[in-house]
Design a protein around this ligand. Structure first.
Ligand SMILES: *Cc1c(COP(=O)(O)O)cnc(C)c1O
Length: 231
C-alpha cells in the first residue's frame, strides 16, 4: 500500500481516538488535506483513497493542480493569506471556501466579485489566537465588530473560524490558542452575534490535531503527516 494511503489511515485513526477521548462523534471532525508543494499525482492518490477536502495556501497551486485533477471531485478551501489582487482567482479556480478572511477590504472585494457572479462563497474568519506578530488574522478583540460588518454581505456565508496555533512543538503550549478560538465562537453564539449553525472551528495540524479536537475542532488541516516533510 502506498505511504500516502497508509498515512491517511493513521490520521483517520488518530481522529477517531481523539474523538472517543473527547466524548465526540468521529464524524464531527472533517479532515482537510493541506496540499501545499504536493505534486498533483500525489494528491490524486489521496483523493482516490476517498478524501474530499483540499486546502491550498497559494492560489497558484490551484492553477497547477485543478487541470491535472479535473476528473476528480473534491472541495477546495483557501487557507493562506489572501492578497487583494488574487480575489478574482477565487472565482476563477472554483474555490468553495476561504478560511482566511481577515479584513474589511477583502469583504468588499469578494462581495463585489461574487455579486457579479450571482453566487455566494463560504468563509471562515481567521483569528490570530497566539498574538504572534508574524501571523495573519484578526486579534480576538476585533472579531465581534468584524462579524457585525460581515453580516451585511449576503454573498459571504459565514461558517465559523480558523486559527493557526502558536508555533511551538509542545502541543500543550499550543492548546491555549485553540481554547481561545472555541471560547470566542461560544461567546459569539451566546451573545447572538452569529447563528449556532456557524460553528466551524478549523484548527489543528499534523502534530497537534488531538489537542485541537479536545478543544472542539471541526476541521483539522493535515499536511506533512500524510504527504511527508516539505522542503
Ligand atoms: C501547511 C499548513 C497546515 C498543515 O501543516 P502540517 O504541519 O504539514 O500538517 C495547516 N494549516 C495551514 C494554514 C498550513 O499552511
Amino acid at each position: 500500500m502506498s505511504d500516502i494511503v497508509n498515512n491517511i489511515k493513521n490520521i483517520r485513526n488518530r481522529i477517531v481516538l481523539a474523538c472517543e477521548r473527547a466524548g465526540r462523534e468521529a464524524d464531527s471532525v472533517e479532515l482537510l488535506l493541506a496540499t501545499k508543494t504536493v505534486t498533483p499525482d500525489r494528491v490524486r492518490i489521496a483523493i482516490e483513497a476517498g478524501e474530499t477536502l483540499l486546502g491550498e495556501n497559494r492560489i497558484q497551486e490551484f492553477a497547477v493542480k485543478n487541470p491535472e485533477l479535473s476528473d476528480l471531485k473534491y472541495e477546495r478551501h483557501f487557507i493562506g493569506h489572501l492578497q487583494a489582487n488574487k480575489v478574482k482567482d477565487i472565482v476563477k479556480y472554483g474555490i468553495d471556501c476561504v478560511q482566511s478572511l481577515d479584513s474589511v477590504e477583502l469583504i468588499h472585494l469578494l462581495d463585489r466579485r461574487f455579486q457579479a457572479e450571482g453566487r455566494s462563497l463560504d468563509v471562515l474568519v481567521q483569528v490570530n489566537t497566539s498574538f504572534e506578530a508574524s501571523k495573519f488574522g484578526l486579534n480576538p478583540g476585533e472579531v465581534f465588530a468584524f462579524l457585525e460588518e460581515l453580516k451585511k454581505y449576503d454573498t459571504l456565508k459565514f461558517k465559523g473560524f480558523m486559527t493557526i496555533g502558536l508555533f511551538d512543538s509542545d502541543a500543550e503550549a499550543v492548546r491555549l490558542s485553540y481554547t481561545r478560538l472555541r471560547e470566542l465562537r461560544d461567546r459569539a453564539i451566546a451573545e447572538g452575534i452569529i447563528s449556532p449553525e456557524s460553528k466551524e472551528l478549523s484548527m489543528g495540524m499534523s502534530t497537534d490535531l488531538e489537542t485541537a479536537i479536545e478543544e472542539g475542532a471541526t476541521i483539522v488541516r493535515v499536511g506533512s503527516a500524510i504527504f511527508g516533510k516539505r522542503n
